[in-house]
Design a protein around this ligand. Structure first.
Ligand code: PEP
Ligand code: MG
Length: 287
């Protein structure tokens, strides 16, 4: 991260702590892991996502459960809220780590207002416990949510009212918008980030965030793919989160871009409803 001079960490996936083992990480193991990453960033923001398990990332201890349609089943925040004690343990660990730098908590796969409210209530409960136990945390910690379900992108108001920042997870947003299982080889050729419906959801989220003053980033693979950099810039995106190996390439493109010229071109692209025309126009953005 330091080598590429990133402004922070936009997506720290915590699932890796939970997967491939037959016991769950306790609060102190999680606290140590989160504290280490926050400290290593020396005051730069670190956005840590609460565990996104389920579907293709099934926890070993829950592996016996058969789901008819795992991608639409008990994954991410749905799983977390169905296991409040496991979730609370993670939230306590995250809050305690927030005493050591700038940590933000991000919740994956939200689509309902009551899910956000339940998460916020659990965070308040964790805070109250820590105060009682005289354990330190950042009282002003920011809580954000991922926009990766079309319903979320289309009903942003409920997110904006409740959360401090949003991050678009394009990997899942494309999967759920196009009804294409992102892990199924047989349909992978239909998985298209440039589908007009996908672009409408992404650009609408960025524009609404800008209008209402809520920071929006993109943390799916699209943000680190040079094919889409100018398109996203022209939509108004200013926060790109990607694998560290991609940062230099994308930064170079951003620094060279003329945003004043890009914005009207991208507005024209957003009116197109044929994928082939969109693709050609996006290629032309690169000059
Ligand atoms: C996404 O869906 O774009 C995302 C960043 O989350 P993940 O790939 O971990 O599902
Ligand atoms: Mg996702």
């Amino acid at each position: 991260m330091k080598a590429v001079n990133a402004d922070g960490i936009g997506l720290y996936r915590t699932e890796f702590l939970f997967l491939g083992r037959d016991t769950l990480p306790d609060e102190s193991e999680q606290y140590e892991a989160y504290r280490a990453v926050v400290k290593s960033m020396q005051g730069k923001p670190v956005t840590i996502r609460t565990f996104d398990v389920g579907a293709d990332k099934a926890l070993d201890i829950f592996a016996g459960r058969v789901e008819p349609n795992p991608a639409l089943g008990l994954r991410a925040v749905r799983f977390s809220l169905s296991e409040p004690q496991i979730f609370l343990t993670q939230l306590r660990a995250l809050l305690r780590a927030s005493a050591h730098g700038k940590l933000q908590i991000m919740v994956p796969m939200l689509s309902h207002a009551q899910e956000i409210d339940q998460c916020l209530a659990l965070i308040e409960k964790a805070k109250a416990e820590l105060r009682e136990e005289k354990l330190k945390f950042d009282e002003r910690i920011e809580i954000g949510g991922m926009i990766e379900v079309p319903a979320a992108a289309l009903a942003l108001g409920m997110f904006v009212r409740r959360l401090s920042f949003l991050s678009i997870g394009t990997n899942d947003l494309i999967q759920y918008t196009l009804a294409i299982d992102r892990s199924d080889e047989a349909v992978v050729h239909l998985y298209d980030p440039l589908h007009p419906a996908v672009l409408k959801l992404i650009s609408g989220t960025i524009a609404t965030g800008a209008r209402l003053g809520v920071p929006v980033s993109v943390c799916g693979e699209m943000a680190g793919d040079a094919t889409y950099t100018l398109l996203l810039l022209g939509m108004g995106l200013r926060n790109f989160s990607m694998h560290p190996a991609k940062v230099l390439e994308i930064k170079r493109l951003v620094l060279r871009a003329d945003i004043g010229e890009l914005a009207p071109k991208v507005q024209r692209i957003l009116k197109m409803d044929e994928q082939s025309r969109v693709r050609e126009a996006v290629e032309r953005l690169a000059g």
